[in-house]
Design a protein around this ligand. Structure first.
Ligand SMILES: Cc1ncc(COP(=O)(O)O)c(C=O)c1O
Length: 422
């Protein structure tokens, strides 16, 4: 036996936490996708959610008006101030002050004071901090269904139960929160927070005024805090009404946002939490959250230093992204809708995703595999998002419009062929 081969652990293997789902084999769609790519097939990703892969960036030459690009470019990273490390659990003060000013312009009267803002590396990390702040292992966090699949992981990694409340769809009016299911979730005990996504991913639905009143009443009655994810708030499409939860005073409220969507810069890793609510609760929450944030000190100095300049690009960038989202949604409707069409495009109030209902001639997985195999199209089945029934697909609206239209036509043509054979 060589020296490096020594085995000291003859009896017991290491323990692994059950917070992680394991084993974690790839599903049928990912395996098929990997296989086709390994054969050199060109696939068109109709669920691309990464803006940096579809030309959406304030730093792509010509994407923003020259004067905006000049004032808020990559040069903001090249400053001597990034050479100093000045740890602050809430994040550097100039960055938080810039956020206060920016949010004050967008939402007059709702701007959080700088000492009520915490900077983190992403909104995903902000969730984990809030879950640590609010809940004991074994407690529950209420999350929307259909919803963003990451919650099983975000909650699971904090040893929390992600407990679902429902959203119901009525065509063409849109989605509404099933308030009875929310109340039942709260009555199930140990529910410490309600996660609201405004607008929700993938349903695109904003929280309506009457829903907001009912939720505040329920949260107050059960002592549950609100965690409101507004990363898609700046991208309205077919919305009727929308209002931010920033500055909500009724119950302890944490509003999340970040550069991932606001400026199409997920790679820069900056998210934030804005806190409001009854004064005593806010004071205790900020004091306690400071301990969580101080443990990690996650936000990077370069991005915090660049933030004040970059925030100036948000209005122009959101106009450009909004034009693309609207153009893609409109071409999706013109390709898939019609009096005799077997497809339905669900009402999409906002966000980066459209949900389409397909004829259920096979299971979602079989349909998605067929689309991938025959047309080279990658789509996400509705069950990834906990849709109540089949067959739905989520399509990304951030694709470059010519590629999106081409893919949507192939999607429609494939179903036409399948239906003509059945
Ligand atoms: C609703 C929602 N919140 C948060 C995120 C993640 O944002 P971040 O990159 O800041 O973690 C996503 C990503 O798609 C999302 O859909």
């Amino acid at each position: 036996m060589k020296a490096g081969d020594a085995c000291y652990n003859a009896g017991m293997a290491a323990h692994f936490s059950t917070r992680l789902p394991w084993p974690s084999p790839p599903n049928a769609l990912s395996s098929e996708r990997a296989r086709l790519l390994s054969e050199g097939r060109a696939l068109l990703n109709l669920v691309e959610a990464n803006p940096s892969r579809v030309g959406l960036s304030p730093f792509v030459p010509g994407f923003l008006p020259h004067e905006v690009a000049a004032a808020s470019g990559l040069a903001a990273l090249a400053t001597a101030s990034i050479l100093r490390y000045e740890p602050d659990p809430r994040g550097l003060l100039p960055a938080r002050e810039a956020l206060t000013a920016f949010l004050g312009l967008r939402f007059p009267g709702h701007d959080p004071a700088p000492d009520r803002i915490f900077l983190a590396a992403s909104t995903s990390e902000a969730y984990s901090w809030l879950f640590k702040l609010l809940a004991e292992p074994g407690d529950a966090i209420l999350v929307p269904k259909p919803g963003y699949p990451l919650f099983d992981y975000l909650a699971g990694l904090e040893a929390l139960e992600p407990r679902r409340y429902g959203l119901a769809y009525a065509h063409p009016h849109g989605w509404r929160i099933d308030l009875d299911s929310l109340a039942a979730g709260l009555e199930g005990g140990r529910a410490r927070a309600i996660v609201l996504i405004n607008p929700n991913n993938p349903t695109g639905s904003f929280i309506a005024a009457e829903e907001r009143r009912a939720i505040l009443e329920l949260a107050g009655r059960h002592g549950a805090a609100l965690i409101v994810d507004e990363v898609f708030f700046g991208f309205p499409l077919e919305s009727r009404e929308r209002s931010t939860f920033l500055g909500e005073e009724g119950v302890l409220t944490f509003v999340l946002d970040g550069l991932s969507k606001l400026l199409c810069l997920p790679q820069m890793k900056l998210g934030w939490i804005a806190i409001s609510g009854p004064r005593a609760e806010v004071e205790e929450a900020t004091g306690r959250l400071e301990i969580v944030a101080d443990t990690y000190l996650s936000a990077g100095t370069p991005v915090m230093r660049a933030l004040p300049a970059w925030l100036g690009a948000v209005p122009a960038l959101q106009t450009r992204v909004g034009e693309r989202l609207a153009a893609n949604l409109s071409s999706l409707r013109s390709i898939l809708e019609g009096p005799t069409s077997p497809h339905r495009v669900l009402r999409c109030e906002g966000g980066w995703t459209a949900l389409v209902e397909a004829p259920r001639v096979a299971s979602e997985d079989e349909l998605a595999l067929g689309l991938m195999h025959d047309e080279g199209l990658i789509v996400h089945p509705g069950y990834y998002f906990d849709m109540e029934r089949e067959a739905f697909f989520a399509l990304s609206l951030i694709l470059e419009p010519a590629a999106f239209t081409h893919a949507a036509r192939r999607y429609a043509a494939w179903f036409e062929r399948i239906l003509s054979l059945s």
